[in-house]
Design a protein around this ligand. Structure first.
Ligand code: RTP
Ligand code: MG
Length: 139
């Protein structure tokens, strides 16, 4: 199993606010190499599938609405210990709890609109990367 990769999405609020370049700069400066990247927009069905684990949560409808309201940037990132280090780089789900200097502290609006996604395990990194990219799009 590949354990040095993670998957991220710059969520619609990041693109709406013009933060794509600034967030990618933070990701690069933290030592992550981009091995796949594209701008795309998720359909309702895409978002419901991607976040299926949260189907029963009270925020699920709002989450699907948010994630489909505009384009996202999806990327696969490579670095030693990628999953854990990227979760550290983005910070807590709620930006009010996120450490200084983290991407969510700097760029998120709220617990719902929190700028970026980061995979929470090696297994999910692989599943989520494959959800958005074919083998020919990963270098
Ligand atoms: P992500 O999966 O997007 O990287 O975020 P996460 O692991 O930090 O948080 P998770 O619990 O997986 O929640 C997924 C996304 O759902 C939205 N959310 N809203 N209103 C709320 O209480 C609430 N809680 C979560 C956020 O967009 C969160 O990132
Ligand atoms: Mg999550």
């Amino acid at each position: 199993m590949v354990t040095n990769r993670t998957f991220t999405m710059l969520k619609p609020d990041s693109l709406e606010k013009g933060n794509t370049g600034a967030i990618l700069e933070k990701i690069n400066m933290a030592g992550f190499k981009i091995v796949a990247m594209k701008q795309t927009q998720m359909s309702k069905r895409d978002a419901e599938t991607f976040y299926a684990v949260h189907r029963e949560r009270p925020f699920f409808g709002d989450l699907v609405e948010y994630m489909t309201r505009g384009p996202i940037v999806a990327a696969i990132l490579e670095k030693e210990n990628a999953v854990e280090d990227f979760r550290t780089l983005i910070g807590a789900t709620n930006p009010e709890d996120a450490a200084d200097g983290t991407i969510r502290k700097l760029f998120a609006t709220s617990i719902s609109e929190n700028a970026v996604h980061g995979s929470d395990s090696n297994e999910n990194a692989s599943i989520e990367g494959s959800f958005h990219f074919s083998g020919r799009e990963i270098y």
